[in-house]
Design a protein around this ligand. Structure first.
Ligand SMILES: C[S@@+](CC[C@H](N)C(=O)[O-])C[C@H]1O[C@@H](n2cnc3c(N)ncnc32)[C@H](O)[C@@H]1O
Length: 221
């Protein structure tokens, strides 16, 4: 409680772990809230959670609540899972895929993610998972970062096609991207051109934070 109170004045680090994927993983009390950061960016329960909440609001909480199965690629501390469960009141199935076992340990220890009854956590590379999954999904949230870097596979047509294969009709993809350089902006523009507009509608949400761009893809019926 003291740490929480003090964190309104100065961030208080409670655990730092070296990570193969994210350089470091840092659990910190900041402004009265426990957050998870990598070395150079917020991962969970800070600006990241606010950004994804805006994406979910754009899709519509009422619409999401009626869905049957949500896939989250890149779970970290699980802030979007908490938004889905506590704010959207989503009670059906959530599958989370996370590549880093240390992240899952932190998520369970500090953010009690293992107590979310409708969440199934899978330790896997999202690329591998999406190739082999036999299930289909109504909403796919793609939120994959290795510190500030986004793996190239996310922007390749092979992965995009596979995502659309496992997305149900009228299903939605919410893709969180980071644009730090002109090359990243060009990468995003090229990504938007990958989609067949007869099959899907694609929109970007005006940037909330200078470096994040949310992309929403909806599969037509
Ligand atoms: C920004 S965090 C996700 C935040 C999370 N969606 C939330 O709401 O709190 C990015 C996560 O992607 C994970 N990640 C990176 N590469 C991955 C991959 N290839 N497959 C699955 N997860 C990956 C990282 O380990 C990290 O936990």
């Amino acid at each position: 409680m003291l740490k929480k109170w003090l964190s309104y004045f100065i961030p208080i680090n409670v655990e730092s772990v070296k990570s193969k994927w994210s350089k470091t993983l840092e659990v910190t009390w900041a402004n009265g809230q426990l957050v998870l950061d990598s070395r150079n960016t917020n991962y969970s329960y800070g600006s990241l959670q606010r950004i994804l909440r805006i994406g979910l609001l754009k899709i519509g909480f009422a619409r999401i609540k009626k869905m049957d199965h949500i896939l989250v690629l890149g779970v970290a501390g699980g802030s979007v899972v908490k938004t889905l469960v506590n704010e959207v009141r989503f009670t059906k199935k959530i599958t989370g895929v996370e590549i880093d076992a240390d992240v899952i340990t932190i998520a369970n220890t500090y953010f009690e993610l293992d107590k979310v009854p409708n969440l199934t956590m899978i330790l896997d590379d999202a690329f591998e998972f999406i190739l082999k999954t036999k299930e289909t999904y109504d909403l796919i949230i793609i939120d994959i970062f290795q510190d500030t870097k986004m793996p190239n596979f996310l922007f390749e047509s092979f992965f995009v096609d596979r995502i659309l294969d496992v997305l149900n009709r009228n299903g939605v993809v919410l893709f969180n991207t980071m644009c730090l350089t002109d090359a990243d902006n060009l990468r995003n523009s090229a990504y938007l051109e990958l989609f067949d507009k007869n099959r899907v509608s694609v929109q970007t949400i005006p940037r909330i934070e200078a470096h994040n761009e949310l992309i929403i893809v909806e599969k037509k019926s």
